[in-house]
Design a protein around this ligand. Structure first.
Ligand SMILES: Nc1ncnc2c1ncn2[C@@H]1O[C@H](COP(=O)(O)OP(=O)(O)OP(=O)(O)O)[C@@H](O)[C@H]1O
Ligand SMILES: [Mg+2]
Length: 253
């Protein structure tokens, strides 16, 4: 297996706390991977490190064979790593289409800033972004709401628009930080359909999720994080680990 993403010895300390500790992880092109772990395990911290929102204290991140450990977030997006945020980060005052177009522009080769300062390329970039945004909204099952303002959307629809925005950047890897949190069972079923469509495009997905039903329906491989350390990989082959985890989560509830 040639890994698209390779993480080695990744560590992020906040003072005395190692939120992510000596983590090793490989994700293959097109893979459906889930990452589970209790609250505070370091899942969001890992997404921040992989997307370039945060920098590790130690360790390396390789993307398509290149070291991107110090590469800024906008360049990683352009190189094919997209993410959503656990708490959502849509621009409230923009329309649905504008939000998703912003996602598309971040993924364009020329880049938003480049295109912005050149009128001709700007028009071309905007056309392409509009096209990508519409495609992503259709994929996310959120078509027909292009002109609506984001702040007027129902919660479940917002979450789909967030995924559309990430997909519009044409990633090869999509990092989803608890996309099903707060969704009802019908919305979770729709989310699963959307994730399947994302994978049909050949996009690898790293799904962080507490909903084990969703995780088991989606993932080919499951990694477990606890206190910043990866305690298991490929746990589908070892149901005892899942059971132990479910037991603990059950005890939390
Ligand atoms: N910026 C920060 N400064 C200090 N501590 C932080 C920071 N970000 C995260 N932490 C700590 O790092 C640990 C891991 O947090 P993280 O948000 O990555 O967990 P998580 O697995 O995403 O949890 P959840 O399931 O609740 O989203 C926690 O103990 C958290 O308090
Ligand atoms: Mg989190």
């Amino acid at each position: 297996m040639t890994a698209l993403l390779e993480v080695e010895g990744l560590t992020r300390r906040f003072g005395g706390l190692a939120a992510v500790s000596s983590l090793t992880l490989a994700v293959a092109a097109g893979e459906a991977r889930a990452l589970i772990g209790p609250n505070g395990a370091g899942k969001s911290t890992l997404v921040n490190l992989l997307s370039g929102t945060d920098r590790p204290t130690a360790g390396a991140i390789r993307w398509a064979g290149q070291d991107v450990t110090r590469r800024p977030a906008h360049l990683r997006r352009r190189a094919g790593i997209a993410r959503t945020f656990q708490n959502g980060r849509l621009c409230e005052r923009l329309s649905v289409l504008e939000n998703v177009m912003l996602g598309a522009l971040t993924g364009l080769e020329a880049g938003l800033l480049d295109a912005w300062f050149r009128p001709v390329r700007h028009a071309a970039a905007e056309r392409r972004a509009r096209e990508l945004a519409r495609g992503a909204l259709t994929l996310a099952g959120a078509e027909g709401i292009e002109d609506r303002s984001v702040d007027a959307l129902p919660y479940g629809t917002r979450r789909l628009v967030e995924i559309a925005r990430a997909v519009a950047a044409q990633p090869q890897l999509l990092l989803l930080d608890e996309p099903a949190a707060g969704l009802n069972s019908g919305e979770k079923a729709s989310l699963l359909t959307v994730l399947a469509r994302v994978r049909e495009r050949g996009v690898a997905v790293l799904l962080i999720e507490h909903d084990m039903g969703l995780v088991m329906s989606f993932a080919e491989r499951i990694s477990v994080l606890d206190f910043g350390e990866k305690i298991a990989d490929e746990v589908r082959a070892d149901p005892r680990v899942i059971e132990a985890y479910l037991g603990r989560e059950g005890a939390h509830a």
